[in-house]
Design a protein around this ligand. Structure first.
Ligand SMILES: NC(=O)c1ccc[n+]([C@@H]2O[C@H](COP(=O)([O-])OP(=O)(O)OC[C@H]3O[C@@H](n4cnc5c(N)ncnc54)[C@H](O)[C@@H]3O)[C@@H](O)[C@H]2O)c1
Length: 258
């Protein structure tokens, strides 16, 4: 059986997914088209995506999840989300994860170890998860920052702690940096156990995430240092491969979870 997909977003992640599919790395998966941003006519629309695609793959940002996600699952199509931070918002989360009839899948994205945390959450108790994310200062500049704040961030010579809090605090201030913290909360099945620290590190060569999950079934200490995506220094090169790996699992019932 062929799994037909449609993409929303053709930036660093989406365009790499297109390359991987075009190269034939995912037998059994066919790309029907890419939904354009705004009025950029490409001859393919979201309505068409709903008609032809088994899975709509979002790689366009948290706003696009809110715009297209509920309509996708309501139409009985499956949705694969990369902008997991969007699920911080409770009503959207319910529409995507509970309402159906389409199913919502979340990519493992830039992180590892989510499988162990999910298993521990299902079979035991998650006491606490801490996440320390280090990123290059330039990737953390936000539209709400005034000139002085931006200047201080960009000229910092030592690491600067920008924010400490849960997924809710992070999504308000750094919406593009909430995917990992939200993925952890979703894996834990609890939005209150995760505390994140976001650090702008002028010495960072890569984005790095250090997760410590303390659970009744063990402590998981996970360090991931991501190579940057060639198309977007704020994105990780791993993410399109995580999405494609997810599509492979959906297309081929291999029975393997690793
Ligand atoms: N889960 C993870 O670990 C993880 C890691 C990195 C990025 N992400 C998510 O993936 C998203 C995409 O990352 P990227 O590096 O490719 O970003 P990018 O900025 O390079 O590309 C985003 C693309 O989406 C398009 N787009 C935006 N809104 C759209 C809309 N409403 N309709 C159609 N197209 C739209 C833009 O035009 C652009 O082409 C990020 O916003 C982020 O939320 C997730």
């Amino acid at each position: 059986m062929t799994l037909t997909i449609a993409l929303i977003g053709s930036g660093a992640i989406g365009s790499r997914i297109v390359e991987l599919l075009d190269a034939g790395t995912v037998p059994g998966v066919r790309l029907a088209g890419v939904v354009p941003h705004g009025n950029a006519g490409t001859g393919f629309s979201f309505e068409e995506a709903l008609e032809v695609a088994d899975v709509v793959v979002e790689c366009a940002g948290v706003a696009a999840v809110a715009e297209f996600g509920p309509r996708t699952v309501a139409a009985g199509r499956d949705l694969l989300v990369t902008s997991i931070g969007a699920l911080c918002e409770e009503s959207l989360r319910t529409k995507l994860l509970d309402d159906g009839p389409g199913r919502t899948f979340l990519t493992t994205g830039a992180l590892g170890g989510l499988d162990a945390i999910t298993a521990a959450g299902a079979g035991g108790t998650i006491h606490r998860i801490t996440l320390e994310s280090r990123k290059l200062p330039a990737s953390l500049v936000q539209p709400w920052m005034d000139g002085e704040t931006k200047e201080r961030l960009l000229t910092a010579t030592l690491p600067v702690e920008l924010l400490r809090g849960g997924p809710g605090e992070l999504i308000k201030a750094f919406p593009k940096s909430t995917n990992v913290v939200s993925a952890l909360a979703l894996a834990a099945g609890n939005w209150d156990v995760v505390e994140a620290v976001l650090i702008a590190d002028p010495g960072a060569r890569h984005t790095a995430h250090h997760v410590v999950a303390e659970t009744s079934l063990g402590t998981f200490d996970i360090c991931v240092t991501n190579e940057a995506s060639p198309g977007n220094p704020a994105s990780s090169a791993l993410v399109p491969h995580a999405v494609v790996r997810g599509l492979k699992s959906l297309a081929n019932a291999s029975g393997s979870f690793i």
